[in-house]
Write a protein that binds this ligand. Structure first.
Ligand code: 3PG
Length: 394
């Protein structure tokens, strides 16, 4: 696909799709990572004589104007990140958008109101996409994290204007390709989270692609049940035990080593500071639940990680939000960061919870690449084509 480098942007209004879907508390941005990550793209477009006009969604207003979902709230954080004033249009199409765009000069930047205030956005409606396209002369998509949506501003627009990928989109795709597309082997994937049922496609796809698959979190309990291990009151999907067994069989045939807990941290209550103990995996008491993997498990997976060249991580190993059940996640994350710093590992992580867990562990900065994507990262790991990326390739 084309990038900003391949496009003629001089003197053009460049409709630039970004992801400004950031967490807000009482109207203030609590994590500006996604905003900061688009700065290079905006500056590069300006340096090439283009005038960036930012398009984005916020939350899920379902085709209606909802004031609490206005992108106006993001403006101060955006201006701070860019170090310049940003013009704002109260609608992303029609008169308000046209007037704001017409007043822009080289060096300026504008933000248009939430694209999802129009039903045509999510419907990928051609007339709506054409109204957006009428505002500019080129389209840059820098929203990898929204690329799993086939919406007008992520997919339709790419078919109507000369298009290319922004810097963040480029970096995300490069990192994911290095981790799963064309990786240095051996590759380890860490997959955690509550349920096997929501990550079945992911596990199945990874079996063919990676050499080591570490399964953590609640979903590990389902695999233990599949092996006939008693898990007491732990979260487990007993109806998925056959599926889990099939995954284990397929892995054994294909030469993918699956790492399950060897020891467990159990407690009778799920709260911070609850009494907990470390036990061998097959000794979970009937009235207790497994809330984390134990130190032997971490040691074994760290040893395996040391033999790997590439790591891709999605999902925590335990109930990391609540101490002391964050220990396995923290220790494994710090090991990955150390190996990365020693130039022994390429490490890529993504997904909302995952990034929160790695930040909490103080390990995120040590990773080679942390994706800004949640759902899109997961769909990419599942081996799906992302419509927003595919549209740039045509
Ligand atoms: C995200 O936050 O993952 C993206 O912005 C996509 O948002 P959505 O799940 O509402 O489409």
């Amino acid at each position: 696909f084309k990038t900003i480098d391949d496009m003629d942007l001089d003197g053009k209004v460049v409709l630039t799709r970004v992801d400004l879907n950031v967490p807000l508390e009482e109207g203030r941005v609590t994590d500006a990572t996604r905003i900061e990550k688009i700065v290079p793209t905006v500056k590069d477009i300006q340096a090439r004589g283009g005038i960036p006009v930012l398009l984005a969604h916020f939350d899920r207003p379902k085709g209606k104007r909802v004031e609490t979902m206005s992108l106006h709230q993001i403006l101060p954080a955006l201006e701070q990140a860019l170090g310049q004033p940003v013009a704002f249009a109260e609608d992303c199409i029609g008169g308000p958008a046209k007037r704001v765009v017409a007043a822009l000069k080289p060096g300026d930047v504008a933000l248009l109101e939430n694209t999802r205030f129009h039903a045509g956005e999510e419907a990928n409606d051609h007339t709506f996409a054409a109204s957006l396209a009428a505002l500019g002369g080129a389209y840059v998509n820098d929203a990898f994290s929204a690329a799993h949506r086939a919406h007008a501003s992520t997919e339709g627009l790419a078919r109507l204007l000369p298009s290319g990928a922004g810097r963040l989109m480029e970096a995300e795709l490069k990192a994911l390709d290095a981790a799963l597309g064309n990786p240095q082997r051996p590759v380890m994937a860490v997959v955690g989270g509550a349920k096997v049922s929501t990550k079945l496609d992911l596990l199945t796809n990874l079996l063919d692609k990676v050499d080591h698959l570490v399964i953590g979190g609640g979903m590990a309990n389902t695999f233990l049940v599949a092996q006939g291990v008693e898990v007491g009151k732990s979260l487990a999907e007993r109806d998925m035990a056959d599926t889990a067994r099939a995954i284990l069989d397929k892995a054994a045939q294909g030469g993918c080593v699956i790492h399950l807990p060897r020891d467990i941290v159990v407690a009778r209550e799920f709260r911070a500071g609850a009494d907990s103990e470390v036990l061998p995996v097959d000794q979970c008491p009937a009235d207790a639940m497994i809330l984390d993997a134990g130190p032997q498990t971490v040691e074994a997976l760290t040893e395996a990680m040391e033999t790997c060249s590439t790591l891709i991580w999605n999902g925590p190993l335990g109930a990391f939000e609540i101490e002391p059940f964050d220990r396995a996640t923290n220790a494994a994350a710090l090991a990955a960061a150390r190996l990365t710093r020693e130039d022994r590992l390429i490490s890529v992580a993504g997904g909302g919870d995952t990034v929160a867990a790695l930040n909490k562990a103080g390990a995120a900065a040590g990773f080679t690449f942390i994706s800004t994507a949640g759902g899109a990262f997961l769909e990419w790991m599942e081996g799906r084509d992302l419509p927003g990326v595919a549209a740039l390739q045509t």
